[in-house]
Design a protein. Structure first.
Length: 168
């Protein structure tokens, strides 16, 4: 039985956080797994989706039929750890472990099933060429309109309304 695989190494995410999402995918068809990852809210879903699509491209190169592909194995192992220290009170330090994950995804061919749904991707329509149009001048508040309207500042009694203060 032919298999297609893909690996993701040194993902800057703790393995226990990635395993939560990876466990959802094990044994599913690639269509279902891709749909699940596209809608999953966890941060680990995005790199796993990219890895799944890479494995699907590898399967296509091996001339495996897309409709029969299932995730036969997904393994999340711990990668190297960056060790850092956080300074604390009284000259002490607290260790910080920045963990990484190595993920292996293996696709195999299973029994052919009718797809439960299809993933529709929206394609943007081609944009029309940009046509330069001169900007229209906006009327500023308080300026007379070009058609012959009156300027409110030139109306009789404007200054009297503005300066009603009595001088001492």
């Amino acid at each position: 039985m032919p298999k297609a695989s893909a690996q993701l190494k040194f993902l800057h995410m703790a393995p226990r956080k990635v395993r939560v999402v990876a466990d959802l995918l094990r044994g599913r068809s690639v269509n279902e797994a891709e749909a699940e990852l596209m809608l999953h809210p966890r941060r680990a879903a995005k790199p796993l989706l990219k890895l799944l699509r890479s494995a699907m491209a590898n399967a296509k190169q091996q001339k495996m039929e897309h409709a029969n592909l299932i995730i036969s194995e997904i393994r999340v192992d711990q990668g190297p750890m960056l060790k850092r220290f956080l300074p604390r009170a009284r000259g002490m330090a607290t260790p910080i472990q920045k963990k990484m994950s190595n993920i292996t995804l293996i696709l195999g061919e299973g029994a052919k099933k009718a797809p439960r749904f299809t993933i529709v991707t929206e394609r943007k329509p081609k944009a029309a060429p940009h046509v330069h149009r001169p900007k229209k001048e906006k009327e500023k508040p308080g300026t007379p309109a070009e058609e012959g309207g009156k300027n409110p500042r030139q109306e009789k009694g404007f200054w009297k309304k503005m300066f009603r203060r009595k001088s001492v």
